[in-house]
Design a protein around this ligand. Sequence first.
Ligand code: SD4
Length: 329
Amino acid sequence: MIDRRKFIKSVSLLAGTLPFVKPLNFSKFAKTNVEKPIVISTWDFGLPANEEAWKVLSSGGRALDAVEAGVKVPEGDPNVNTVGYGGLPDRDGHVTLDACIMDENFRCGSVMFLEGIKHPISVARAVMEKTPHIIFAGDGALQFALQNGFKEENLLTPESEAAWKEWLKTGVYKPWEKKDWDNKDSHDTIGMIAIDSNGNLSGACTTSGLKFKMHGRVGDSPVIGAALYVDNDYGAAVSTGVGEEVIRISGAHTVVELMRNGYSPADACKGAVDRIIKINKDKAKELQVGFLALNKFGEYGSYAIQPEFQYAVYSNKEKNVLKNSISHF
Ligand code: SD4
């Protein structure tokens, strides 16, 4: 039986970790000066990705088309070794990709543990648009992609193969290390969210996952509600970092729910990060998770466990801007 006193205590403790704010009024007349269109995405490789997305948004296109076009940039870039082509392989030498996409009507699609396809985000979109399902995995996802005109190719670049062979020399399995989070060059998943000139929100997320992960391991990036969530009436959120911790709290959905309850994007991200820190206690020092959020008014913000998380912004006011997230440590 639930102990009512303990329950109330734990609720107020959790509330204590969240800032007190006056709830926003989400009625359609609440704000007339909504900043739109706007696109934001994780890390510095978000800059060229946003630029591509902006081509769609600035010509009046849909946020959904913008985020797909945007994240395809790092997916196709062999120099980005955490996403798509050129992504670092798992510990058995396989490049396995995870991606998901969500539009303004709660429609969503996802692929996980997909090999041999350079643009998993487009396969995720095809799952959303061409099937009654949401998630396709592994060989089935590849089969579906091939049936829908995608080309199979080798995604392991010589550079990524060399890095994997170097890692094999010691081969100690340590899926997350503090030094990775401290290294500005060690960038991760791209998560991108956008609001278009019609005021509609969409988001996309794509990754090769944690480097040298166990074969078959899938993180948060293809999980709707964890790495990505969009509620067109309130806002959208994406995550990057240790996927297991993000899944545990349904991260992106939590951020959107907090925005729905009146929190600003940055405070909503902090609310989700605070839960991860509370669950992990001292272990949180070793972890990195960052959330990025955009609300219906075109306001955005982020919060991460560790410093060094950056995100890129593109709007009529600001172009090509890289911002540092506020962080717990
Ligand atoms: C994962 N969240 O696979 C992804 C990868 C990532 O920092 O963002 N790593 O868990």
